[in-house]
Design a protein around this ligand. Structure first.
Ligand SMILES: [Zn+2]
Length: 238
């Protein structure tokens, strides 16, 4: 049985929660410097995000920054409406900023050419172009927000990032990892552009000090998550 109401926010750690949006969860970080939202859900997610924040005792007006882990439509499609409702600036890895701004075409996020004809369906979840105030690179700290560091983990997409909330030792991984049926797994084969690169990025995460893993589509691993990742990568080598 889940330990949470089916549609309510999901507690991750002290000051870190998730709210449910369309297609993916949005992570809510109460950091020194203000409230940060990580990802925006698919287009049409605003109402769900507003309700989730309200359940946490927060409001859209309190949001100081919106960060995208990558620009897949289930994470970025709701960005324009979220920016309009919050007036918050946007940050994401510099290599995907042009896509969000509308300067570059949205690349297909399906790996198999055979499934390219599904692309128009996914485009429905995408939103209009949005300005990006903070293009990020590996090692950056989030602007005006204390103790949250950017780790570039390309593979799922070229600009995928993880965010390490250093104080809470929470690693927000977006789609860089899956956690299905109690098992930590590499990112979805179908939706990952470069699986070899994705695997190399996961190995790099072992250098970081974290206790909790927070995913976009799965329940969190709240404790001993570093050990779980080490174990998974170890098994892969055998
Ligand atoms: Zn994705």
């Amino acid at each position: 049985m889940p330990d949470i109401p089916l549609l309510g926010p999901i507690a991750i750690a002290d000051g870190v929660d998730q709210v449910r949006a369309l297609g993916a969860r949005v992570t809510v970080l109460r950091a020194r410097g203000g409230v940060v939202l990580v990802d925006a859900g698919s287009r049409g997610s605003l109402q769900a995000i507003r309700a989730g924040l309200r359940a946490l005792g927060l409001s859209l007006e309190q949001v100081r920054l919106i960060v995208l882990t990558h620009c897949h439509p289930d994470h970025a499609g709701g960005l324009a409406e979220l920016v309009a409702a919050t007036n918050a600036p946007v940050a994401l890895h510099e290599s995907e900023a042009g896509i969000v701004r509308g300067d570059e075409p949205t690349p297909s996020f399906l790996r198999r050419q055979a499934l390219q004809n599904a692309q128009p369906l996914f485009d429905m979840f995408s939103g209009p172009p949005v300005d990006v105030q903070y293009p990020l690179v590996d090692g950056d700290y989030l602007p005006k927000i204390a103790d949250v560091r950017v780790i570039h983990t390309p593979g799922h997409t070229p600009g995928s990032i993880c965010l390490l909330a250093e104080t809470q030792k929470v690693l927000i991984v977006g789609d860089a990892l899956q956690y299905r049926f109690g098992k930590l797994l590499e990112p979805s084969w179908l939706f990952t552009r470069n699986p070899e690169e994705a695997r190399a990025s996961l190995a790099k995460l072992l250098d970081e000090d974290f206790e909790t893993l927070c995913f976009s589509h799965f329940q969190p691993i709240k404790q001993n998550a570093h050990d779980a990742l080490a174990e998974m990568l170890n098994e892969k080598q055998d």
